[in-house]
Design a protein around this ligand. Structure first.
Ligand code: SF4
Length: 279
C-alpha cells in the first residue's frame, strides 16, 4: 500500500487556495472572450472587457480576482490503496486553508452564523471525501463566493411537475437572483437523489470545464435549453442587461425516490475558481 504524508496534502491545499484566487481558469477566460465577441449590449461588452482585464492583473500581480476570496470547499477523492500517515486528513486540509489564506493575503470570510464573529483564518473548510479505487489522492479546492451561494436554491418538486416544473424553477431562481449572483454566471443543476444529494450534484456540476458538453446527449440538450431560458431573462453581465446572464448551465442527474423530484440550482458567479491537484 502506498504511503502519503498528510503534510503533502496541507501544502497542496495551501498552494491551490492561493492559485485559485489569483488565476482564473483558461476555460473562463475563453468564455469571457466568447461573451465579448457575441454580447449585444454595449454595457455588457464593457463588463467582459473589465473581467478580462481584472483576470490578467490578478494573475500577473498575484492578487485576488475578487475581494470575496470565498468559503473553501474541498472535494477529496481518496484512493483506497493509499495509507495516510503523519496526522489527521481533515486537520491537514484545514491547516492548508489556514496557511493559504494567511500567506496569500486572502480575505477571511468565515464567521459564527449568529454572533457574526469572524473565525479569523477562513476555517472551517467544507470538506467532502469520497473513497475511490487506486493509490492517488485527488484534491479539488473551490473558493466559493458568498453572493452567488446565497442565491442558490433546493426545490423539492412533486414528480408530476416534470421537466416543465424543473424549467420553471430554474428560471424563477435565476430571475430572483438577478444581479446578486454577480453574472455572467455558471449555473449548476442537480436533479434527483435526495434533498442534500441534489445540492451536491449541483455543486459538482460547477466544476466541469466551461465550454464542454455533457457526455450524455440528452443532458447536453437540456443544458442548451436551460441556458437559452436563463439568457432570455436579459439580466446580462453585472445585471446591466444583455444576452449573457449565464455563460453555461451544467446538469448532473441521478435516480430519485418515486415520490420525489429534487432539484438544486447552485449559482456560481463570474469568479468561478477551482484548482485540482493529484498526489
Ligand atoms: S459572488 Fe463572486 S464575484 Fe460576487 S463578490 Fe462574491 S466572489 Fe466576488
Amino acid at each position: 500500500m502506498r504511503e502519503l504524508n498528510v503534510k503533502e496534502i496541507t501544502a497542496a491545499v495551501k498552494k491551490s487556495a492561493m492559485d485559485a484566487n489569483y488565476e482564473l481558469g483558461e476555460d473562463m477566460l475563453h468564455a469571457f472572450e466568447h461573451g465579448l465577441a457575441h454580447e449585444e449590449s454595449p454595457a455588457g461588452q464593457e463588463v467582459f472587457r473589465l473581467l478580462l482585464e481584472n483576470a490578467r492583473i490578478a494573475r500577473q500581480q498575484m492578487i485576488p480576482i475578487c475581494q470575496d476570496c470565498g468559503l473553501a470547499v474541498i472535494f477529496v477523492e481518496l484512493g483506497q490503496d493509499v495509507h495516510l500517515v503523519g496526522g489527521d486528513l481533515n486537520e491537514a486540509i484545514q491547516a492548508g486553508v489556514r496557511e493559504g489564506y494567511e500567506e496569500g493575503f486572502l480575505r477571511k470570510s468565515m464567521c459564527h452564523p449568529l454572533t457574526r464573529k469572524n473565525t479569523g483564518d477562513n476555517t472551517p473548510a467544507v470538506i467532502y471525501t469520497t473513497i475511490v479505487p487506486g493509490d492517488k489522492v485527488r484534491l479539488m479546492v473551490v473558493p466559493k463566493g458568498g453572493g452567488s451561494e446565497n442565491m442558490s436554491r433546493v426545490h423539492m418538486l412533486r414528480p408530476a411537475a416534470g421537466l416543465a416544473g424543473i424549467k420553471e424553477k430554474i428560471v424563477e431562481t435565476m430571475r430572483e437572483a438577478g444581479a446578486n449572483v454577480c453574472p455572467p454566471a455558471i449555473v449548476g443543476i442537480g436533479i434527483g437523489g435526495t434533498f442534500e444529494q441534489a445540492a451536491l450534484l449541483a455543486k459538482k456540476a460547477l466544476l466541469r470545464e466551461v465550454g464542454t458538453k455533457n457526455p450524455d446527449p440528452e443532458l447536453a440538450a437540456l443544458e442548451d435549453e436551460f441556458l437559452t431560458l436563463v439568457n432570455n431573462l436579459g439580466i446580462g453581465p453585472a445585471g446591466l442587461g444583455g444576452r449573457f446572464t449565464a455563460l453555461a448551465v451544467h446538469v448532473n442527474m441521478m435516480p430519485c425516490h418515486i415520490a420525489s423530484l429534487p432539484l438544486a440550482v447552485n449559482t456560481q458567479c463570474h469568479a468561478s475558481r477551482h484548482k485540482e491537484v493529484i498526489l
